[in-house]
Design a protein. Structure first.
Length: 192
């Protein structure tokens, strides 16, 4: 969180930075970082402000909107507003499908979480696999998120074997860091 705040401060202090970057992209990045840190109220405020500025500036379908859209989708999922979560996730996906593989990967994992919460387990598992294919052969650390998401979903279904196999490939958890799955564990657990 501190690193994000530090980078945001540096970016905002840069005079050449465009208004859309300052008012949409940077607040969106902050919102997503706060959301993943479990600071839901701050995340909501920043994401809503970024969304308002994106609409005002005509950037609501631009790549700069992805982080605030993912944040708003996650917040909707936390509230169990599955229709809003799915709509916002699909909007983020429609933006990321245009040549942003890492962001498309993350948005697909968001979609899998929404579908798992809806009880569409097979679709969620298929979506996790589709996400993996986007980054196949890259050795990206992001692939661990797909393993974590699948493991949680399979655990909620009572499958102990596959989560154990997936966990064997993950690095040890560090202490003192909040889980990026805060609240999402319950959402995935609702699929079971």
């Amino acid at each position: 969180m501190r690193a994000v705040e530090r980078e945001a401060a540096v970016a905002l202090a840069t005079p050449e930075l465009s208004e859309p970057v300052k008012l949409v992209m940077v607040p969106g990045v902050r919102a997503l970082a706060w959301f993943e840190a479990g600071r839901l109220n701050r995340a909501a405020e920043a994401a809503q402000a970024a969304e308002a500025e994106a609409r005002r500036l005509g950037f609501d379908r631009h790549f700069f909107a992805v982080d605030y859209l993912r944040t708003l989708a996650g917040l909707a999922l936390e509230r169990r507003d599955l229709d809003a979560a799915e709509r916002l996730t699909e909007q983020a996906l429609s933006i990321t499908e245009r040549g942003r593989p890492a962001f498309e990967f993350l948005a697909l994992l968001d979609r899998a979480q929404v579908w798992a919460t809806r009880g569409q387990v097979n679709e969620a598992l298929d979506t996790i696999e589709a996400a993996r294919q986007i980054l196949a052969g890259t050795n990206s650390v992001l692939l661990r998120r797909a393993d974590e998401t699948e493991a949680l979903l399979r655990l909620s279904l009572g499958d102990l074997r596959v989560p154990a196999e997936l966990a064997a490939g993950l690095p040890p958890a560090s202490r003192g860091r909040p889980s990026r799955h805060r609240g999402r564990t319950a959402a995935i657990g609702a699929a079971g």
